[in-house]
Design a binder for this molecule. Sequence first.
Ligand code: PGA
Length: 236
Amino acid sequence: MKIIIVKDQNVGGKEAFKLVEQEVDVGKLKTFGLATGSTPVTLYQELVNSSLDFSQINSVNLDEYIGLSAEHPQSYHHFMKEHLFEAKPFKQNFLPNGLAKDLEEECSRYDKIIQDHPIDFQILGIGENGHIGFNEPGASFEGKTAVVDLTDSTIQANSRNFEKIEDVPTQAISMGIKSIMASKKIILLAYGQKKAQAILETVEGEVTEEVPASILQTHSDVTLVIDEAAASLLTK
Ligand code: PGA
């Protein structure tokens, strides 16, 4: 794992941008794996302000809430439109359909999309509990796209974007850890003290399904872009 420690989220966005730019410049980015949440916002701002052209690049997102339509203001479809896709058109944008009637079929459809569009470069955030995508502690490292129950801590953390905690969906469709690990290159972003314990366990802890992000230790091309607060518990 390569670790880049930055002062804050704004500098983190600029560092991560440079890594994306390199891939686009050498023509290696055909499918871009994207994440939602507050963490990647400064990276997306850098992308929006850049002259990078994504019109020949596909995107595949990690997850979507079950029960929210693409137009719902808290859906991840909406988030991506607002933060990136409206300003930067891609060839195609893929996200799971949170309103699919047959959720199992939707998971298979999404796996087929990932299979047909192998991810070259995956952006990840991390949950305070070490989740990646919505793969919560205990999720199988061999897992593919699945319907997942969100843990109380994730619901609590995400409730800041909803009017009240009861409005937070309790389930999501998430790309599995096996698909995330199949990405050729991965960048994990984390900012703030609240992420420090998860970062410590991800980098220095044992590789265990109890800390989903710890599997990244076994990937050959992972870069962490984290701020000083998120790095504050690292000992090495
Ligand atoms: P956050 O979420 O960027 O809003 O902190 C990250 C995550 O839960 O993966």
